[in-house]
Design a protein around this ligand. Structure first.
Ligand code: HEM
Ligand SMILES: [Ca+2]
Length: 689
């Protein structure tokens, strides 16, 4: 069944699903001009109700009471995979942990629940151990695959700015975090079958040859750039694993699955409360020379690298906030945007209390983030045609009416552990600094500043970095990855660091992802029976390398094959990853009852409010929240050109908060007296009594 935007309404679920079954959305209507998805039957039978953490069954939590959170990462132990949720109250606002979004299945999308999956895992023992070659051979070390197939070659993207990549990382951090893998330092957590959650101990990693750290004095590296080449045991490949006979292990993601700015607000009440000011609806900030920065992290030495007590190391809704300077800049812009909204709302509605201001500002800030993600970012990444045809974007001034409670919003393992990581290709090794005239005078080396955000507070760096990422090109979408992440990741002052591409490959093994061929098949592309068959989408040189690295075409990993595909015209990714990403972003919007455009009666915005939010943009975010950026090009993800010139911020459209004003008698009288001022952007000036 194919449903296209041109001849039918956006796709809707039609299966007769009951609450006792897992909510797996089956991708029926996927379509693009280049390839089509077949009708797809969910591989999970109806007896898998406990597979995704027991959604709908409730039995797991009854049998295995949940353990205190502080035990969670503290070594091997079993915990409930079903969050204790509900009963749900009818709230106008999202919960912090994602619960009660889907009123029939309040656990859906909640933080610390398993990823979803499109294709069943392929563990070599059926339940937990990473896949090995179908011919029984060991797989080549991820580090070697990375070095052979994904070398560095500088090729700036002809059209898009580094902000496009950087906002992608914000989106990613909003959507998922493999529990325990933060900064590559900690250990994994997963759900075994039967709703058991297991924290794996640190020593389950073989310290003798962790495949990803490149030893500083590695003789092999110095010759061949390979580093540690042995195949090693991984997190999942441990003896204290899930008991045999159980259903396969499922990895857990620590943040809310929804696109709800959980990176800003936190995914647990505890974190959310720790970053609130509890005054005026604002989030906590530290003021430095009148500029707002996030509060200081109490755990600096564990979270940041190279930190003296005086160096900045921030606390935010997401633990990865300090990971790289541009990411931190965006997080700070989002934080300041919340506080800006809270202040504006307080002026419009002086009778609102802290809680009301916090919730309303949060709701608007999340909506602005969804608007930028879906209307500005995704069409560039997936291609406009793909987003339009598959119900990801709508060209309308009306509501979209596309919430579907049958859609499972869970972030898919296939997406987060393979497809979405492809955009590591767009990372640039150097971050250029640009002044207001768009002259560049210096650049930061990325690996000098991993987990070390102090640099952004110095001088005008904050603005120069903000302008810089909207001026400098991102790296092109191709099979090349900058050495700053494949050789120097988290090097923390050492000459060499880790290899993110190798980590991506290793992590996908650990999560038991099916093969590249399986995903080709899933996406309606032919399976390759010989290595040469991959030549339909992959260049001959890479096909040859695949043949040298793998024993059989079925051994080729999804992360690897998918990253070598030719880019779909109009998009920034190859066809198989595009298919998975499209499915994910369809679920993320239509499975979210609070999605800003969908016109839900009790929770949504008025149409007038929605259309104000639609006026927002990435450039507006910079104009409103950088320290002193006075001009931007209108389309910030697109490089500056004569069709996208830098203009004064006053010419960049801005949402008006006027539709949020609650009209009391006194205010109505006052409004007549105070007319909106000519020439100011649409934010209404505060009303002075
Ligand atoms: C400077 C930029 C970036 C750096 C340094 C970076 C680094 C990392 C690191 C260290 C991990 C954890 C790897 C692991 O232990 O498995 C990770 C995970 C990931 N990255 Fe990136 N990344 C960057 C940008 C991006 C971008 C632009 C995207 C996509 C648009 C992206 C998508 C992902 C995804 C989906 C994951 C897995 C999240 C999860 O745990 O579920 N990253 N990245
Ligand atoms: Ca989230």
């Amino acid at each position: 069944m194919y449903v296209t935007k041109t001849n039918a309404a956006p796709r809707k679920e039609t299966e007769n699903m009951t609450t006792s079954k897992p909510f797996l959305h089956t991708p029926k209507g996927y379509d693009s001009s280049h390839f089509r998805l077949p009708n797809f039957q969910s591989f999970y039978g109806s007896d898998f109700s406990s597979f995704f953490g027991g959604h709908g069954s409730g039995s797991a939590s009854a049998q295995f009471p949940s353990f205190p959170a502080n035990n969670f990462f503290g070594g091997t132990g079993f915990f409930s995979c079903t969050p204790q949720v509900g009963p749900c109250t009818k709230s106008k606002y999202r919960s912090i942990d994602g619960s009660c979004n889907n009123l029939n299945n309040p656990n859906l999308g909640v933080a610390n629940t398993p990823y979803g999956r499109l294709l069943p895992p392929k563990y070599s023992d059926g339940v937990q151990a990473p896949p090995v070659s179908v011919t029984g051979h060991k797989l080549t070390s991820p580090r070697q695959i990375s070095a052979v197939l994904f070398p560095d070659a500088k090729a700036p993207d002809p059209r898009w700015t580094l902000a496009l990549m950087q906002y992608g990382q914000i989106i990613t951090h909003d959507m998922s975090l493999a529990a325990g893998t933060t900064q590559g330092k900690a250990h994994a957590t997963r759900c075994c079958g039967q709703g058991l959650r297991q924290a794996l101990p640190e020593h389950s990693r073989n310290p003798a040859c962790f495949p990803i750290d490149i030893p500083n004095h590695d003789p092999v590296y110095s010759k061949a750039g390979i580093g540690c080449m042995e195949f090693v045991r991984t997190n999942n490949d441990v003896s204290q694993g899930c008991n045999s006979g159980q259903k396969p292990a499922e990895q857990i993601t620590a943040v809310t699955h929804y696109l709800d700015s959980s990176n800003v607000y936190g995914s647990s009440q505890q974190v959310a409360d720790s970053i609130r000011e509890f005054q005026g609806g604002r989030l906590r900030v530290e003021l430095k020379y009148g500029r707002q920065f996030p509060p200081s992290n109490n755990n600096k030495s564990a979270i940041c690298d190279h930190v003296s007590e005086s160096e900045a190391c921030y606390l935010a809704g997401d633990v990865r906030v300090n990971q790289n300077p541009q990411l931190t800049v965006f997080q700070i812009l989002q934080l300041r945007e919340h506080n800006r909204l809270a202040r504006e709302l307080a002026r419009l509605n002086p009778h609102w209390d802290d809680e009301r201001l916090y919730q309303e500002a949060r709701k608007i800030a999340i909506a602005e983030h969804q608007a930028v993600t879906y209307n500005e970012w995704l069409p560039l990444i997936l291609g406009q045609e793909t987003t339009q045809r598959n119900g990801l974007t709508y060209n309308t001034q009306d509501f979209t009416y596309d919430y579907n409670e049958q859609v499972d919003p869970s972030v898919l393992n296939d997406h987060a552990t393979a497809a979405f990581r492809f955009f590591h290709t767009n990372i640039a090794g150097f971050l250029r600094l640009y002044d207001e005239h768009r002259s560049s005078f210096s650049a930061l080396r990325l690996s000098d500043h991993f987990n070390r955000p102090q640099i952004i507070e110095e001088g005008n760096n904050f603005d120069d970095l903000a302008r810089g990422m909207h001026t400098q090109p991102q790296e092109a979408s191709d099979k090349f990855f900058t050495k700053e992440i494949t050789l120097f990741l988290f090097r923390n002052g050492r000459p060499l660091g880790q290899d993110l591409r190798a980590i991506d490959i290793q992590r996908a093994r650990d999560h038991g992802l099916a093969s590249y061929n399986d995903y080709r098949h899933y996406c309606g592309l032919p399976r390759a029976h010989t290595f040469d068959d991959f030549g339909d989408l992959i260049d001959p040189e890479s096909v040859q390398k695949l043949a040298s690295l793998y024993h059989h075409p079925d051994d080729v990993e999804f992360t690897v094959g998918g990253s070598l595909e030719a880019i779909v015209p109009g998009a920034l990714v190859g066809p198989t990853f595009l298919c998975i990403l499209t499915e994910q972003f369809y679920r993320t919007r239509s499975g979210d009852r609070f999605f800003f455009e969908n016109g839900q009666k009790d929770t949504g915005f008025t149409l007038e409010q929605v259309n104000e939010i639609r006026r927002g943009s990435i450039s507006r975010l910079i104009c409103d929240n950088a320290d002193d950026v006075k001009s931007m090009q209108p389309r910030g993800f697109e490089q500056i050109s004569h069709t996208n010139p830098v203009v004064p911020c006053s010419l960049i459209p801005a949402p008006s908060l006027e539709p949020w004003r609650e009209h009391s008698q006194a205010q109505q009288t006052a409004q007549i007296a105070v007319q909106p001022q000519e020439g100011t952007q649409s934010f209404t000036l505060p009303f002075f009594k």
